[in-house]
Design a protein around this ligand. Sequence first.
Ligand code: SF4
Length: 358
Amino acid sequence: MTRSLASPNPKTIRRRLLGWYDRNGRALPWRYKPGSTPDPYRVWLSEIMLAQTTVATVKGYFDDFVGRWPTLEDLAAAGLDDVLHAWQGLGYYARARNLHQCARFLVAEKKGQFPNTEDGLRKLPGIGEYTAAAIAAIVFRRKTMPVEANIERVTARLYAVADPLPGGRKRIAELARGLASQTRPEDLPQAMMDLGATICRPKTADCGICPLSGECLAAKMGGAEGYPVKAPKKPRPVRHGMVFWARRGNGQVLLRKRPEKGLLGGMMEIPSTEWRDKKWNLREAAVAAPVTAAWRPLEGIVRHAFTHFHLELTVLTAEINNKEAHNSLWCLPSRFSEHALPTVMKKVAKHVTKHAAD
Ligand code: SF4
């Protein structure tokens, strides 16, 4: 932080930010009207969905979820497969499993009531530090600060924090917590998120119209977009796999359920080998096939990016004569949408449609 400029004043930041929020806050489906009581179920659901996904994507899913399951009790009574299916496309499926588990726990053990403290909330399945703080502030008006990407960015710029991420995260979170409001704890984080989403955006900081420009060190120093400072990224490793597109005479394709634990746990898949650093050859892959067949590789590669690695899949196809396979089902590709198939597997289906026709 520079010494020649005065440190930002949290009181002034709160006043200006909340004044701006009252005039410019976003209307979002999970937000309650001023003066009404927030519904913990809706806030919790939206926060779990938003944890790794953009507001634009979440809106449709949120409306769909509350349409199907309007209350916590409804969600608790739903089947896990239905929840996973509705979650399809949001990614990070462990969130959906935890969501369901948490709803069941609250209904069975807590009379459907959420704990009203950060500590209590953090003990629930799928609720980490951020989500606990968000629910505590927004629903129960606790003076705390949930630090997500928008709040992190705005704070790093306000204080021109020079420590690069991820190491600098702790310092930024401390500074953000120092901005929490005693009188409007529920509005302050939402105001910062809205400012970050609309004015203080990752690639463009519109300091000319920002209510905080008089306090912001990065704006005064220039180069606001350089904050938060990031350590150079390590390249993500590439993993390889082979997928088995087993087709019966009637056009049905073999699907199977992935193990409950681990990546894409509990989702359906087109059976595949393990995903590993080393490339597979046909002979090795045949050992991992769900059924014995004359597997033939399809031209091209299916690529998908996960958070920690890039995946490259080769598709093997074979015609199967009504053989049954363990823990699997047969399904027409036109009916894949009835199953909880993750995005990477939808890409495989698309790839086969394109290349098998060539
Ligand atoms: S003045 Fe600029 S950098 Fe500072 S908070 Fe506002 S938009 Fe962000």
